[in-house]
Write a protein that binds this ligand. Sequence first.
Ligand code: HEC
Length: 322
Amino acid sequence: MSWTEWIANQHTFFVHIPTAAAIFLPLPLIAAQRMGRGIRPWWLICRYLAIMGFLGLILTMISGYACVPNLSPLKGLVTAAGRSTSTVALVYHQFFGTLSLVLGIVTLMSMFRKRKDHESLGLLPFTFGILWAVAILLAHHYGTVIGRAEVAPRKVVTAPPPPAPVLRREDPEAKTPIRVLDYQRLIPIHTSPVKSKPHGDRWIRVWASPEAADAYRSGQALPEGALVVMSTVEDRWGRPGFEPGPLCALEVKGGKPALTYYWGQVPEARRSETGGAQQVYWRDSDPNLRSCMECHSQGMAPAKDRSQWGIPRPQRQGGTKP
Ligand code: HEC
């Protein structure tokens, strides 16, 4: 905190001194109007209160101007009309503050006039003193108006409602296509694998979600939310082997098809297909899926292109039975 700020903060403390003087001054001022012996102590009380009030007023003025250093009271008064309550109150506050400074000087001067011991303090200090007290109390009043006006909007500004918690749902499938891996839940379209040329001559089985099964079988457009998974195994001696191949999936999201390609562990001999990667997970707009668009630009491959090559029947070896 800079020293100007510190002084500005003392304003609300210093203000009590002239205000107290303004409250206490009228009674001794009235009492000091009596003529006759023994009236001097009342003069003293009046002078003491006036001096203390005036010194307090100077401290209040200095700390007050530290609060609003670039506002001159008179300039403010001229343009006061049509301003907000707190601005108008500030102008009056400054005006009566400055007026009380002037009246304070006049009051003090009139109180220290030469008087004879038996004389009263006189009507002049009484009049100025009362006017001074009124000016101080008015300045005080407008000060409290500013204080209230400042406190009210500040409450709103300093305590804004806490921002609604942003619900950020993590994508549960960011690392693994969980629903695709759970394909055994779906309806198997192929009861036994067929050899699919377009997919690396692997043996495939297609699995469809219940609402998509009929549409898939008849080769019609898949409904929204449909999930079709194609599981694959490598070929071994012209038959389905035991080495799992990639898992492919087609989903209809927002009316658009979305492909997924997942291979949890690519055998070393097959890594030429995955650009050397040991594990692949391509989905949505992954550039690696571009080659699939040749046949899957509309989503599902045309039914007429589907592979028909099933597992060959075992050849009976060793001739006829005896
Ligand atoms: C040369 C055309 C062709 C290419 C390229 C191709 N596919 Fe296919 N895809 C097919 C055909 C035809 C089927 C039907 C199943 C079958 O008989 O092989 C199919 C089936 C599928 C299915 C099951 C749903 C459906 O459409 O029947 C998925 C999923 C799939 N492919 C994913 C892929 C992915 C991923 C790629 C790219 C890595 C890809 N495909 C590349 C022709 C292709």
